[in-house]
Design a protein around this ligand. Sequence first.
Ligand SMILES: Cc1cc2nc3c(=O)[nH]c(=O)nc-3n(C[C@H](O)[C@H](O)[C@H](O)COP(=O)(O)O)c2cc1C
Length: 332
Amino acid sequence: MEFLFAPMEGVTGCVYRRVHARFFPGVSRYYAPFFSPSGDHHFPLRGLRDLLPEENPGVKLVPQLLTNRAEDFIWAAASLMDRGYGEVDLNLGCPSGTVTAKRKGAGFLLLPAELDAFLERVFASPALRGLAISLKTRIGFAGEEEWERLLSIYRQYPLARLIVHPRLRSDYYTGPVHPDAFAAALEGSPFPVVWNGDVFSPADLEALRARFPSVGSVMLGRGLAAEPGLAGRLETGEACRRETLRDFHEAVSEEYRAVLYGETALCHRMKELWSYLILHFEGGEKHFKRLTKAKSWAEFHLASEAVFAELPLLADARMPGLSGYINNIRKG
Ligand SMILES: Cc1cc2nc3c(=O)[nH]c(=O)nc-3n(C[C@H](O)[C@H](O)[C@H](O)COP(=O)(O)O)c2cc1C
């Protein structure tokens, strides 16, 4: 089984990725959080930096673009090819209201004819010859009946892979997953289909394999953010050691310290990380509050040290608020 690290805006930027890749084996490709190319065809330094090969040593990276304009996708993807990238992903899943209002991300799914025309231009573009293009998609905006049309559009194009987060935009991240929609994507697919969503433990993976034995790739997001060693554990059965986790945390914070301006920015960035890491510790609520209230790096560091010193690690991270189908099939 191949494991891909899902893009997570605000969490899995280049600093996180390169440290993660140094500490934890088992991830075959990291997908970068989305970059939105602007109409003036200029890479802002901030967006570009995250994608520079020299900022991503040891990381097999796939950049992701968020746009509904073929000319902007072609320009940005061609620039990424020039920088050595062989694959680029299109975001068709972002549920944020500001994004979908512009009919980008999951909002683009509301315009199937325009999406078809977009893909036709992109795949016909001589500037992108040789580039592998993947789509990361939800199964619709508001109703599962949208999926059939979307799937028939996708199947007209030579996608490198179709990554399916089998939720609707209206499900956001915690509504029910729709395994039947995934089954439809898999059936007779001309390209590899990747499962994404709610895999947080070996039991989740087993349940998925039992239902979809032909799936060869799984994309992991929140599960990996909560348990950075999850891909390795899924592969070998061995959990990562607490010391490794602590060293990883230390290394990420050191690297952020070197590039972020000021302690507030550093604490803010590390809080994002801890909002996932804490889910892997037993009874972390009080400690997490202490982390979020820290006013200086010294306070923050003490609070994080207390987590490592005082809290037992859970066998599997606990995701709050999920009613995933994997949980249901595990219950029988
Ligand atoms: C904080 C956060 C940021 C995310 N950012 C992106 C993004 O930039 N691009 C994208 O395609 N998906 C993004 N996602 C969605 C994840 O990549 C993934 O599809 C989703 O979390 C479901 O997978 P999981 O259950 O393994 O977490 C984000 C999700 C979260 C929670």
